[in-house]
Write a protein that binds this ligand. Structure first.
Ligand code: FAD
Ligand code: DHB
Length: 390
């Protein structure tokens, strides 16, 4: 097979880039290791920036998001038994976020790929990029026991944190930055009305908790748990009892609980690889960087990579201008690091760290007190949460 842009990974980054390029007449092939049902079965992000939503519309896949996604003008931070609202709209001069699940967004992208006749190869085994330092790169893979090959002009690694693309770069050509947090998030999805129409991020002596949602009848809740905990240690009853203990009383009392339809633990990590390019291969999304989920930045950082890469490839194919191809890594990383800083800060502010000293704890309390005493501090939080400009 021959294509212009060979994409490894059919998650949100790979599918969005492929769809955007296709709309502008640039040919792509996406190689995805898993089945479509497997990819759609992963419950992950829920909060989208407007910049992301704009890209979905440009990719001609924004219709259902605009119909069913919920615009949120604020969220709450609960601490010491009270709930304080962060007025995103008021603090940012009119900006907000959209609550629309990653599962739905991925489904829309797959439908878009099908509608335009885009090539997405599922169950592509042993995908590997080759010839990245030359000008004739290609991808090899196996499908149904047969060896296959995709020749292309460029390779884009959109294959998440555990993918093959970043691992194909010689170690001496990259620099990795990492922080692993000593806890994870236990998440539960239930078919119940959400306890609040806006998200509640809660900080408590027992640990962090988050009340989120997907729709008027689908709730998503998280609690901070030690890394040593396993999902099957947590019955639904134990989960909700712990969640309620970390929330203000009125919130816990109003919560409707129900059987979990999904329950999983995600470890928390900050990670960035530099540069995000190796020869003719670019990295985008979780393949290049991971944030702890607290600031809802992960998927949104992936979208900004896709935005920069999409425009760089348009310039290359439509005008023969490679300046943005050459600037891709630096431009993407500048925004990635801002997302990293914000996610690290929000994680540090709201979680309980097992090894925190009395000094650390006092600083954390003061950071929270300062936040709610200063409109400037709140405005900084809001500006980052709704998404900095691309
Ligand atoms: P992925 O979604 O990881 O997709 C990569 C794809 O590549 C997968 O389909 C995988 O099967 C495929 N693949 C992997 N290896 C190979 C291979 N060797 N060959 C071929 N294919 C391969 N972000 C937010 O912005 N807001 C939130 O509210 C938010 N909440 C989150 C909550 C949780 C609990 C978690 C875990 C994450 C959250 N995130 C959030 C982060 C967000 O889900 C990720 O940033 C996003 O999935 C990144 O998309 P991606 O396409 O880059 O990578
Ligand atoms: C969700 C996840 C997040 O990480 C976050 O900050 C907000 C919402 C969610 O899954 O709904």
């Amino acid at each position: 097979m021959r294509t212009q842009v060979g994409i490894i990974g059919g998650g949100p980054s790979g599918l969005l880039l492929s769809q955007l390029l296709h709309v502008r007449g640039i040919d792509t092939v996406v190689l995805e290791r898993h089945t479509r049902d497997y990819v759609l079965g992963r419950i992950r992000a829920g909060v989208l920036e407007h910049g992301f939503a704009k890209l979905m519309r440009e990719a001609q896949v924004g219709e259902r998001m605009d119909r069913e996604g919920q615009v949120h003008d604020g969220f709450a931070i609960a601490h010491d038994g009270v709930r304080e609202r962060v007025d995103l709209k008021g603090l940012t001069g009119g900006n907000s976020v959209i609550v629309y699940g990653q599962t739905e967004l991925t489904r829309d992208l797959y439908e878009g790929r099908d509608r335009l006749g885009g090539v997405v190869v599922h169950e592509a085994e042993d995908v590997a990029p080759h010839g990245l330092e030359g000008d004739r790169p290609y991808l090899s893979y196996r499908k149904d026991g047969k060896d296959e090959r995709v020749d292309c002009d460029y390779v884009v690694g959109c294959d998440g944190f555990h993918g093959v693309s970043r691992k194909s770069i010689p170690k001496e050509r990259i620099r990795e930055h990492e922080r692993v947090y000593p806890f994870g998030w236990l998440g539960v999805l239930t078919r119940t009305p959400p306890v609040s129409h806006e998200l509640i991020y809660a900080t408590h002596d027992r640990g962090f908790a988050l009340c989120s949602l997907r729709s008027p009848m689908l709730s998503r809740y998280y609690i901070q748990v030690p890394l040593s905990d396993a999902v099957d240690q947590w019955s639904d009853e134990a989960f909700f009892s712990e969640l309620k203990r970390r929330l203000p009383e009125d919130v816990g009392a109003a919560m409707v609980t129900g059987p979990s339809i999904e329950k999983s633990i995600a470890p928390l990590r900050s990670y960035v690889v530099e540069p995000m390019r190796y020869g003719r291969m670019f990295l985008a999304g979780d393949a290049a960087h991971i944030v702890p989920p607290t600031g809802a930045r992960g998927l949104n950082s992936a979208a900004s990579d896709v935005y920069y890469l999409y425009h760089a490839l348009l310039d290359h194919y439509e005008r023969g201008d490679d300046r943005d191809i050459d600037a891709y890594s630096a431009k993407a990383l500048a925004r990635v690091w801002k997302g990293q800083r914000f996610s690290w800060w929000m994680t540090t502010l709201l979680h309980r760290f097992p090894d925190a000293s009395a000094f650390d704890r006092q600083l954390q309390k003061t950071d929270l007190a300062y936040l709610f005493s200063s409109r400037h501090a709140l405005a900084s939080l809001a500006e980052n949460y709704v998404g900095l400009p691309f």
